[in-house]
Design a protein. Structure first.
Length: 647
């Protein structure tokens, strides 16, 4: 079986192409903070090979709860750092956890922390570690228990800026920004740089956000992602907003946002931001937050992504339900090269029908088919609390070319206090479930170093040109044309292979004339496929060619391809033409898709230098009624005409 890879070529820049992959790895760990201490302890580490990578995204999903019988609150702090360089870190994110006496639910909290690390000067295996501490105080038996999944994904694994998976990361630390308005405004510092897609595809966006209030009263804050293109126009919401109830000024919390901007064209200078607003209460402060943006080119099926969402209506489950309920789901078909699946979520939780003394623990979980990921818990103290949630996961060792269902389920893990009637309910809403496939196995180097690829329309004929700087075992080329940017709808237009140059370190120029008829005022896409001697193929990112509208046909030194009679024509139509001088002539019928229908025999009735002569054909044309082209080709000229067939 031949292996097909599609690559993206820009302009006439020389590009060195090597193996292409998104490596990924994940690890799980759990640990308690130490008594009477604010020291940082390592919870779990993940190792990943960063060779040929420009960046690595590291993402932590955190379950945390108080441990120990001290009744004071805890402040759980988290930081991810590169183990051989502690100063290369994410910065701190934190969650205040209030002690409560209901041991059956405890004050479980959910948090995420994401960052992109620059590894362009590094190679080999690197280790990233997440550490935690209890910064709430040094009192005895006042600890935090953390359960963490730590995931790493390498980015930009080709050695050229023109093939990179574009990405950006923004971080604000303790320099907090406060809002006291119900109008959403951008969080200063959480606005991305311009990001261009290297090819048609999706853009994955995720943010981990800290917030608190500066007042003693209860406050509800809301956050959402927005985007715009080319630095123009207004910002557009991306995905669903998420709210969080802040109990008092000591209550630091973590909010997770994620989104996927789908099926976007190449380029466009995309920009993303996080906004915040105060929904109720007094003022809201946003601090210690990270925003990450990744461009995922889908050309040739690379990095397939998935997306599912659920709005404010949500899905509700009762305490007396016998099993977990599905919240949302979608599907993805894996590609090849040892695929893994990276999953990211956000959601908002509400409890209802809780009596004054009742407390609820919510459980949310991701499934790949019937395979369950880790469970994440959120403490719901009453019916009014807005509980933000979000987590990530990595499902490893998928089967190549297989459809998978990804779903989120929720359940009420426990209810304590009061009189439990079974009508206590949990609603999960404002959900985003998205992610993308990674590939751990490196693809083979491609056989050519392509430095330019372009097309011209001269004299009524499309001509394409390409240049290679080096070639390795390059047997031949095929040329494809289509009327959309999807290679699946393209067709091969070269009757014979275009010979390659085998192995060479010298520049090689190629020219191919497209003799298949084209339609005026139409855009065409052209692909070139280089085929190695071992049968491996690479299809390069297409170029486009605009065919202009011409009021008069281009004569090209042909005295006139006269009107066929009758018109509309039929299988016994006579086609007459006249030339300036004698030459070999071919006459061919094509359909509207540019596919050859029939070669017609040319009957010569005279030969007299520059004198006119006629060619007539009366053979049967095996086609149905419709619009067709006939094309006359001489030694060095081409002429074509559109006609209507009526049978």
């Amino acid at each position: 079986m031949k292996k097909m890879v599609i690559l993206f070529i820009i302009g006439s820049l020389s590009i060195s192409i090597w193996g292409y992959q998104l490596r990924s790895n994940t690890a799980y760990g759990e640990l308690s903070t130490q008594d009477s201490s604010r020291v940082w302890d390592d919870v779990v580490s993940v190792e990943i090979d960063v060779t040929n990578a420009d960046d690595v995204m590291v993402f932590a999903s955190i379950n945390m709860r108080p441990i120990g019988d001290n009744t004071q609150a805890r402040e759980a702090n988290y930081n991810i750092y590169r183990s051989d360089l502690a100063t290369d870190s994410t910065g701190v994110i934190k969650r205040q956890i209030k002690f409560n006496t209901e041991s059956g639910v405890m004050s479980w909290g959910i948090g995420t922390l994401v960052h992109i690390f620059d590894v362009s000067s590094l190679s080999g295996n690197k280790t990233y570690t997440i550490e935690h501490s209890n910064q709430g105080g040094t009192s005895y038996n006042r600890n935090v228990w953390s359960e963490i999944q730590l995931t790493a994904v390498t980015l930009s694994t080709l050695q050229s800026p023109y093939y990179d998976l574009g990405n950006d990361v923004k971080r604000i630390g303790g320099d907090a920004t406060t809002i006291n308005s119900s109008t959403h405004t951008a969080v200063p510092g959480l606005v991305s740089d311009a990001l261009s897609l290297p090819g048609t595809g999706d853009i994955f966006v995720v943010a981990s956000i800290n917030n608190e209030t500066q007042t003693e009263g209860e406050t509800v804050a809301e956050y959402k992602l927005q985007y715009r293109t080319s630095f123009s126009g207004s910002w557009t919401d991306l995905g669903n907003p998420v709210q969080r109830t802040v109990v008092n000024r000591w209550d630091n919390g973590i909010i997770s946002l994620t989104g996927l901007l789908q099926d976007q064209p190449q380029g466009n200078e995309y920009q993303f931001q996080v906004t915040h607003a105060r929904i109720s209460g007094e003022e809201v402060t946003t601090e210690n937050s990270n925003l990450v943006v990744i461009a995922l080119s889908h050309t040739g099926g690379r990095f397939p992504a998935f997306y599912s969402s659920l709005g404010a209506g949500g899905v509700t489950i009762r305490e007396d339900a016998t099993s977990a309920a599905e919240v949302t789901s979608t599907t993805i078909t894996s590609t090849t090269n040892n695929p893994n699946l990276f999953v990211s979520t956000q959601y908002l939780l509400n409890a209802s029908n809780l009596e004054d003394l009742e407390r609820l623990r919510a459980q949310n979980q991701i499934f790949l088919g019937t395979t369950a990921g880790d469970s994440y818990f959120r403490y719901m103290p009453d019916n009014d609390n807005q509980g933000a949630g979000g987590f990530v996961g990595l499902f490893e060792n998928l089967t190549d070319n297989t459809e998978y269902t990804i779903s989120m389920k929720h359940d009420i893990d426990a209810v304590v206090g009061g009189t439990i009637n079974g009508d206590e309910s949990l609603t999960t809403k404002n959900v985003i479930l998205c992610g993308f496939q990674t590939n751990d196995d490196e693809e083979s180097p491609v056989p050519v170093n392509l430095s330019s690829f372009y097309a011209n329309y001269i004299g009524g004929v499309p001509t394409i040109y390409w240049t290679t700087q080096t070639e390795e075992n390059n047997a031949y080329w095929n040329v494809y044309r289509g009327t959309t940017d999807s290679f699946e709808t393209a067709y091969q237009i070269n009757a014979e292979p275009v010979p390659g140059n085998g192995t060479t370190n010298y520049a090689s120029d190629y020219v191919f004339t497209d003799l298949v008829p084209v339609i005026q005022n139409t855009t065409y896409w052209y692909w070139i496929e280089d085929v190695a001697t071992d049968g491996e193929t690479v299809i390069h990112e297409p170029i486009t060619l605009e065919i202009p509208f011409e009021d008069e046909p281009v004569e090209l030194d042909i005295y006139g391809l006269e009107q066929n009679y009758p018109n509309p024509f039929n299988p016994s139509t006579s086609i007459s033409f006249s030339l300036e001088e004698y030459s070999e002539v071919e006459l061919t019928i094509y359909n509207m898709n540019g596919q050859k229908v029939k070669d017609l025999e040319v009957v010569r009735t005279g030969l007299n230098g520059t004198a006119l002569w006629d060619g007539t054909n009366e053979s049967q044309i095996p086609v149905s009624s419709g619009v067709y082209f006939y094309k006359l080709t001489t030694d060095n000229k081409v002429y074509q005409k559109k006609m209507l067939m009526v049978k």
